[in-house]
Ligand binder design. Structure first.
Ligand code: GLU
Length: 471
């Protein structure tokens, strides 16, 4: 599906140029904002077995230092290359600015098919990559903070944290050198599902706006919306699960080895179990197998959620897409040319830099937890519960009624880390949607991506202009 002339980074830069026309920011500053400030390309050998070595190609790109540390995931995939990492690092800058997470953007990757290596080797490769980052000062809680991305997860983040701590035992905030760690390794509750939860909040906000849904000939609200998801990785799975729990119908799911389709709806949790048992999503209950997963993107549905890799909706398939809404859970799933075709057809696109920002938002919470050395709610939970209890008792005695047990318990319960993380994320996603939606309408733009970029560019420019450019 990849076109040879396609440059993901160029597409991001072109978008910045386009959106900057709607701002008053100086051209020189826009040129600076587009560039990747530091690009580290490395090759390192790892002993695969006695006497056998393999050389790995890897990257870490720091896109913008207008805020530090810089932040972004680490991807393990055979598609990793310099252009891709640069584009993804740039998107991180705009994503963080959009949701007011005070980081610059970064991204890393190792060109590797993680399925081909056992855990021991993956650990060795990850630790070796981390030591290369340490060697060049490309990692640290105040410098550059990686996180999971396509092909990596909490396990890899734990290895990275441990390697960093081994080299920097004196660093009291050292565990903030990476986010997305397991809970027992100073991770945070809610991080694993954060991107998917953010996708759910974002779609829910979009479909609740009456006038936007009327234009699409859709009823407002999530219940009953027919959804197709491409990719049942961490982001796709949790997005589908939360959407389904709120009444949406997941009618199709595509994976790399094929897709499943059932207009009556697919139970996402059961499908996940089925995959764990059989190794594939195929042959699931009454669902129809679709041998070419790309075909599913073109099926009739209300919302299409690409949750895999970039450049999946291209000029080749855009004209055949029947979804009324494309909700970009992946980074860069729609090419610029495809987007033009889709917008002309009246498709509503919820852009990646907004929709999948839940991951980095909760990463920010984890980093805060790590540098403050205390989990959210730890000090206040009990105190709040006692206060709530006093209030409930006062209410009951003045009204001379006893509240129903469940309601009483809900009113008294203090917020712990999980509740605080999720409500913080929800608040950020709601506010950011209001912002991009109102800019789109006030500037009479055709799409949310332009308004998201305008918002981010303006915020980044303010940072640069206020801090001054170092002479
Ligand atoms: N890899 C995720 C993203 O693309 C999360 C990055 C982070 O948490 O730093 O947004």
């Amino acid at each position: 599906m990849a076109q040879t002339s396609y440059s993901f980074f160029k597409e991001v830069c072109d978008f910045v140029d386009y959106a900057s026309k709607y701002t008053d920011q100086p051209k020189g500053l826009i040129d600076q904002i587009k560039q990747c400030n530091s690009i580290y390309r490395m090759n390192f050998p790892v002993r695969i077995k006695a006497g056998k070595f393999e050389v790995f190609e890897a990257y870490r790109v720091q896109h913008s230092h207008h805020k530090t540390p810089v932040k972004g995931g680490i991807r393990y995939s055979l598609s990793v290359n310099e252009d891709e990492v640069k584009a993804l690092a740039a998107l991180m800058t705009f994503k963080c600015a959009l949701v007011n997470v005070p980081f610059g953007g970064a991204k890393g990757g190792i060109k590797i098919d993680p399925k081909k290596y056992d855990i021991g080797l993956l650990e060795r490769i990850t630790r070796r990559y981390t030591s290369e980052l340490i060697r060049k000062n490309f990692i640290g809680p105040a410098i550059d903070v990686p996180a999971p991305d396509y092909g990596t997860g909490a396990r890899e983040m734990a290895w990275i944290a441990d390697t960093y701590m081994a080299f920097n035992p004196q660093e009291v905030n050292g565990l903030g050198c990476v986010t997305g760690k397991p809970l027992s390794q100073s991770g945070i509750r809610g991080r694993t599902e954060a991107t998917g939860r953010g996708v759910y909040f974002g779609i829910r906000e979009a479909v609740n706006i009456f006038e936007d849904m009327v234009k699409l000939d859709l009823n407002p609200g999530l219940p009953g919306k027919r959804i197709i998801v491409q990719g049942l990785g961490n982001v796709g799975y949790y997005s589908a699960k939360f959407l389904q729990e709120d009444g949406a119908i997941i009618i199709g799911i595509a994976e790399y080895d094929g897709g499943v389709y059932d207009p009556k709806g697919i139970d996402v949790e059961e499908l996940q179990k089925h995959r764990q048992e059989t190794g594939s999503i195929l042959n699931f209950k009454d669902a129809k197998n679709i041998s070419d997963p790309a075909e599913l993107l073109e099926y009739e549905c209300d919302i299409l959620i690409p949750a895999a890799l970039e450049n999946q909706i291209t000029i080749q398939n855009a004209k055949n897409i029947k979804a009324k809404i494309i909700a970009e859970a992946a980074n860069g799933p729609t090419s610029a040319k495809a987007e033009k075709v889709l917008l002309d057809k009246g498709v509503f696109i919820i852009p990646d830099l907004y929709l999948n920002s839940g991951g980095v938002v909760v990463s920010y919470f984890e980093w805060l937890k790590n540098i403050s050395h205390v989990s959210f709610g730890k000090i206040t939970k009990r105190y709040n519960e006692l206060n709530n209890q006093r209030l409930v008792e006062a209410m009951e005695s003045t009204s001379d009624t006893n509240l129903e047990r469940k309601l009483r318990a809900q009113l008294i319960k203090g917020a712990g880390e999980y509740e605080l993380v999720n409500s913080g994320l929800e608040d950020i996603m709601i506010k950011a949607y209001e912002e991009i939606n109102s800019v789109m309408k006030s500037k009479e733009l055709k799409d949310l991506r332009t308004s998201a970029f305008i918002n981010s560019i303006n915020k980044i420019c303010v940072s640069y202009l206020e801090m001054g450019i170092f002479p």
